[in-house]
Design a protein around this ligand. Structure first.
Ligand SMILES: NC(=O)c1ccc[n+]([C@@H]2O[C@H](COP(=O)([O-])OP(=O)(O)OC[C@H]3O[C@@H](n4cnc5c(N)ncnc54)[C@H](O)[C@@H]3O)[C@@H](O)[C@H]2O)c1
Ligand SMILES: [Zn+2]
Length: 355
């Protein structure tokens, strides 16, 4: 098992290894220095049949009284109604400020349960047990919580760091290939932001080095979160491929999954950087080879006008400029503020001949 410590507004460990769910109760008792009391285990109805019973047993055996809240799987549940349902359930128990929440699921569960923990009784602690690769390497670390509003994704949320993150790689065995692939896109992102060693491991074998690769991705995210917890500077590098990626998601009415959209976004922004002479063509060749190898797409066929329009609805737009993350060398990226009026030109520059 690997243990990484995140030094943010709260200090906490991220554990990466195998057979950890069965020990989750003990690990939480140790990390939170708390024995007894109540735990609200939050999950959704695709993950719960697979892992909720084991999680419940583990926390009960560690001496906690376990309560559960299970909602319908999917992004469409990440909303104010589900949040209110969870908060009311916590009040019914009733949970006190010394009790804690456990999120057992992918990013949807983590974002929602984290949000509930951050506002219930003005904030109680929570533990993340991510069950998707994307949640392990991205969503569960860094303290962003959110629900979606009709006006857009993640429009309401808080910064609230977990007290412990337990990444049990065995839980990935049941993950559909398409969902696994989405996590790989974010890992490739860390490599091209600035981690050559991670890139080398991805070129060898993901499955052979899974523990190392997940821990390394968490470490990469941790470093950026520690440098800029509130996402006003260096943390924005995590948006590599995301400005165009979010636009691809919107243009497809969210039928294209996030990881696939990020892959398309990374390919397109790297192509643009190459075309504009800011990055060596070899970087694009290496990126494309990895995307191909892991079955990730490079294009969805949307034209520059539609993508630009969708991108300008993005909350990352600040005033008259938009911050793009551009690859500027092999496993090296930089932020660049681009006037809103020039965004279309960048998106068009990364376009494929098929358009
Ligand atoms: N907070 C952050 O920093 C952050 C970062 C990235 C993404 N996110 C959020 O995370 C969400 C996406 O996360 P996700 O991709 O994990 O989505 P998800 O939680 O919807 O999970 C994807 C699918 O996998 C299923 N699933 C989960 N674990 C499984 C398992 N072990 N076996 C079988 N099936 C399983 C789920 O039921 C779901 O159908 C989005 O809402 C996004 O906004 C948050
Ligand atoms: Zn992402």
């Amino acid at each position: 098992m690997k243990r990484l410590t995140v030094h943010a507004s709260r200090e906490y460990d991220v554990l990466v290894g195998r057979d950890l769910l069965n020990r989750a109760g003990d690990l939480a008792r140790e990390a939170l220095k708390k024995s007894g009391g109540r735990v609200m285990l939050v999950s959704e109805d695709r993950v719960a049949p697979l892992y909720l019973e084991r999680a419940t047993e583990s926390f009960s055996a560690a001496g906690f009284s376990v309560f559960t809240y299970v909602f319908e799987a999917g992004e469409s549940s990440k909303n104010m109604n589900t949040l209110a349902g969870l908060l009311n359930r916590m009040a019914e128990v009733p949970m006190t400020r010394s009790d804690f929440v456990v999120a057992l699921g992918g990013g949807v569960v983590g974002d929602l349960a984290g949000f509930a923990a951050s506002v219930y009784a003005r904030g109680i602690r929570f533990v993340q047990i991510p069950t998707t690769l994307l949640a392990m390497v991205d969503a569960s670390v860094g303290g962003k919580t959110a629900v979606d509003l009709p006006a857009g994704k993640n429009m309401a949320g808080t910064f609230w760091q977990p007290s412990l993150v337990i990444c049990d790689l065995d839980l990935l065995d049941t993950l559909p290939g398409e969902t696994f692939r989405c996590g790989v896109a974010e890992i490739i992102k860390y490599a091209f932001i600035g981690d050559r060693e991670l890139y080398d491991h991805l070129c060898q074998s993901l499955t052979d080095h899974l523990e190392w690769i997940v821990a390394r991705s968490v470490a990469d995210k941790r470093d950026l979160v520690e440098a800029d917890e509130r996402d006003t500077g260096a943390r924005q590098l995590l948006n590599l491929g995301h400005t165009i990626g979010h636009a691809v998601e919107r243009c497809s009415d969210f039928r294209i999954p996030h990881g696939d959209a990020v892959a398309i976004g990374m390919h397109r922004i790297t192509s643009a950087a190459v075309k504009k002479g800011r990055c060596d063509r070899n970087v694009l060749v290496c990126l494309d080879a990895l995307l191909d190898r892991y079955g990730l797409p490079k294009s969805a066929g949307f034209d520059a006008d539609s993508l630009t329009q969708a991108a300008l609805g993005d909350k990352k737009r600040q005033g008259d400029s938009i911050t793009l993350v551009l690859p500027c060398g092999m496993c090296k990226s930089e932020r660049m503020a681009v006037p809103v009026g020039e965004l279309r030109d960048w998106i068009a520059a990364g376009g494929d001949a098929e358009e």
